[in-house]
Design a protein around this ligand. Structure first.
Ligand SMILES: NC(=O)c1ccc[n+]([C@@H]2O[C@H](COP(=O)([O-])OP(=O)(O)OC[C@H]3O[C@@H](n4cnc5c(N)ncnc54)[C@H](O)[C@@H]3O)[C@@H](O)[C@H]2O)c1
Length: 267
């Protein structure tokens, strides 16, 4: 059950094969939406879609590398045809590489910028093309981008990641103005998730230990919790619920903004 109704809505979730993307897709289905999971990990994506179908949802997988325009060109017709339209895009695919500036590897940095900035931008481009009047879906809709609390705070070893997620914040706002000015009928918002106790979040905790910033992962996580007014880490479901809200008609007059889902850490 969901607090918000997405019955009949059609959603694409990038990076939807596992972890946060899969949790978002699950929450969308629980609110009544049909979903396509777009990801480079076909094995996990097919398995997650099958799990959602077994639970009674309409769900499928499409191979999608968000950094690659040709991959979007190949995936979008399948997405629109599988769903019979497109109302919601969640730009969730993202990677995190932890590094002090003094150790920066430009190859790794460019890879992260490619997924987090170029991938998100291509997602918005393709959503606008499909959802605008006369597009393959043509009914307008909602885009929700996944930024990070790293766009709101400063933390050592996160310069590249924070920069990429700050870019997602700015791109969100500009996309909303373009949609408004040119009549695409698409609301564009983002969320800023706090640290989650999932594989990406826990890898970050061990990375900052390896770099020498904390004695152990428990202390690293404890320092984040200590900066969080609500006093604990967020769950994937907390982030997913916020995405469902922003995608729903309950957020019908909300565009060009970001919602911190971080227990107050970034305030
Ligand atoms: N985990 C956290 O603590 C946390 C906190 C704040 C924000 N976020 C953001 O949430 C999002 C999801 O994070 P997660 O924890 O589920 O990470 P994850 O690494 O577990 O999942 C990311 C998914 O994206 C897919 N992916 C990677 N590159 C891709 C590409 N080029 N094209 C398509 N798919 C691709 C991966 O295969 C994977 O399924 C990311 O944008 C991340 O930056 C995570």
């Amino acid at each position: 059950m969901s607090h918000f109704d997405l019955t009949g809505r059609k959603a694409l979730v990038t990076g939807g094969a596992q972890n946060l993307g899969a949790a978002i897709a699950k929450a969308l289905t629980q609110a009544g939406a049909a979903v396509v999971l777009g990801d480079v990990n076909a094995e996990a994506g097919e398995a997650t879609a099958a799990k959602f179908r077994a639970a009674g949802a309409q769900a499928s997988f499409v191979h999608l590398d968000v950094t690659d325009e040709a991959s979007w060109d190949a995936a979008m017709p399948q997405v629109v045809s599988d769903l019979g339209g497109l109302d919601i895009l969640v730009n969730n695919a993202g990677i995190e590489i932890t590094s002090l500036l003094i150790d920066l590897d430009p190859v790794q940095l460019r890879k992260m910028l490619d997924v987090n900035i170029v991938g998100t931008s291509l997602g918005i481009k393709n959503a606008f093309k499909a959802m605008q009047p006369g597009g393959a879906a043509g009914q307008g809709g909602a885009v929700v981008n996944i930024s990070s609390v790293a766009a709101l705070i400063v933390f050592p070893a996160l310069s590249g990641y924070s920069g990429s997620k700050s870019a997602v914040d700015r791109i969100t706002r500009i996309a909303a103005t373009e949609s408004g000015a040119l009549g695409y009928g698409v609301r564009v918002n983002c969320i800023y998730p706090g640290l989650i106790g999932n594989p990406m979040g826990m890898k970050l905790a061990t990375d900052v230990v390896d770099i020498g910033l904390f004695p152990d992962a428990e202390t690293a996580v404890g320092s984040v919790v200590g900066l969080t007014p609500l006093g604990h880490l967020g769950e994937q479901a907390d982030m997913a619920n916020a995405v469902v809200f922003l995608a729903s008609d309950a957020a019908g007059f909300i565009t060009g903004t970001g919602l911190a889902v971080d227990g107050g850490m970034g305030s």
